[in-house]
Write a protein that binds this ligand. Structure first.
Ligand code: 4NP
Length: 164
């Protein structure tokens, strides 16, 4: 059955522009979910807290680094977080603390249980608590983003499997 409602769990990855970190998280996590045989069970999407890049594909540097590490981001297009997202998704996962603050400001506190900080909540063993914004930095930043996202994606998948 391929109905839109057939998933058991849903996650929305959120950053500022939805062109670097959250599309990378969407692509990496989707690949891990496919490899785990759970593609039909988990709905995955990403969005930005800003409208700066609506409609754009992921940053060319994010796409190149993801591709180099085996992830395809080509079909993703930037969109802004909407109010219905807070009902639709089981978890809204922020890349950094500013994204989390913005998610709390965009909608009311009744959703606090759904709002997570990716590294702190799903890779608590790491010293890094935020996925750093690579937009204004060099190539190394994009490599580090993929690495951190891979680690937290493993933790997120373990968490979701326990909900089934
Ligand atoms: P992202 O990176 O939030 O990881 O997509 C950024 C993309 C664009 C901007 C900032 C961060 N910007 O200021 O346009």
């Amino acid at each position: 059955m391929t109905s839109l409602m057939s998933h058991k769990f849903s996650v929305l990855f959120v950053c500022l522009g939805n062109i670097c970190r959250s599309p990378t998280a969407e692509g990496v996590f989707r690949q891990k979910v496919i490899e785990a045989g759970l593609a039909q069970d988990i709905l995955i999407d990403s969005a930005g807290t800003s409208a700066y890049h609506i409609g754009e594909p992921p940053d060319i540097r994010s796409q190149a680094e993801a591709k180099r590490q085996g992830y395809d981001l080509a079909t993703i297009r930037s969109r802004k977080v909407t109010l219905p997202d807070y009902d639709k998704f089981d978890l809204l996962i922020a890349m950094d603390k500013a994204n989390l603050r913005d998610l709390k400001a965009i909608n009311s506190s009744v959703y606090n249980d759904k709002l997570k900080l990716f590294l702190a909540d799903f890779a608590p063993h790491l010293s890094a608590k935020e996925v750093p914004d690579p937009y204004y930095g060099g190539e190394k930043g994009f490599t580090e983003v993929v690495h951190l996202i891979e680690l937290a994606s493993d933790g997120l998948l373990d968490f979701i499997k326990k909900q089934f």
